[in-house]
Design a binder for this molecule. Structure first.
Ligand SMILES: [Zn+2]
Length: 256
């Protein structure tokens, strides 16, 4: 599990025994960073690409990445017609996936992606309709033996409540902190349900948004969560054998 440092944005690469999954790739200028990172690992095919939601800090460079590798499937959140953006990055992404003859799926919570016998991704959200794109983020949980990782895109409190109240099993060892640690996410109710041991905040330094919010950052401490952040630790890698987790960081080999 590679949390790639893409400044103020998100990008996570999941490398399993049989399949490779990429969730987001950051702003347009981070396309080469992500492409080079993937190439260095000797990977030439992305089985599944997930665009958590159509904001440029998540999918800005995703069409460049899809252009570069073989891609089987592109997953995007299923939104109401009036919410589907006509932005360049979204349009380019769909066009790139079509060019690669990748299957494009618009999903809601309830789907399952089997990666191998002991590894799968449960798609948990979106579970409702929203009038902003952050809350439409695909929330998904990777389960590998006893280890689990929860990816949340930029969901804010209302989507957090919806997914908690929907009754899905949100418990996870590792949480990709929603919305870069913004004050509008990481509610008590959500954290009490997820109960993460490790929190990863994907954030740029400096950024214009004040991410991560100080109170939110402290809240994770209250939950006795070990916190990692890409602006301090650089690329953050979790290695799972299904039981243990080994954590390696680019800059500083400890949590903050
Ligand atoms: Zn974002």
């Amino acid at each position: 599990m590679h949390f790639i440092d893409v400044g103020q944005g998100d990008s996570t690469l999941i490398v399993t025994e049989k399949k490779v999954v990429l969730i987001d790739s950051g702003e347009t200028e981070y396309g080469n960073t992500v492409i080079e990172y993937i190439e260095k690992l000797g990977i030439s095919k992305l089985d599944i690409v997930i665009g958590s939601h159509p904001h440029s800090d998540h999918i800005g460079s995703l069409s460049q990445v899809v252009d570069k590798f073989d891609v089987d499937r592109l997953i995007l959140p299923k939104m109401t017609k009036d919410m589907i953006p006509d932005t360049v990055c979204y349009t380019n992404l769909i066009r790139s996936a079509d060019k690669k003859k990748a299957k494009v799926s618009f999903v809601r919570g309830g789907e399952e992606l089997v990666l191998s016998d002991d590894c799968r991704i449960d798609i948990l959200a979106p579970v409702s309709d929203y009038d902003d794109l952050n809350n439409y983020s695909v929330v998904c949980k990777l389960i590998h033996g006893e280890n689990s990782f929860l990816f949340t895109g930029d969901i804010e409190t209302s989507a957090e409540y919806d997914v908690v109240e929907g009754g899905a099993d949100l418990s996870a060892n590792v949480l990709k902190v929603p919305h870069h640690g913004s004050a509008t996410s990481s509610s008590y109710k959500f954290l009490k349900t997820v109960r993460p041991t490790y929190a990863v905040i994907s954030v740029g330094s400096p950024n214009d948004y004040g991410h991560p919010n100080k109170a939110v950052f402290e809240r994770y401490k209250e939950f006795e969560c070990k916190r990692y952040r890409t602006d301090v630790n650089g690329d953050i890698v979790f290695k799972s054998d299904g039981v243990k987790l080994i954590i390696e960081t680019e800059n500083k080999n400890s949590h903050v």
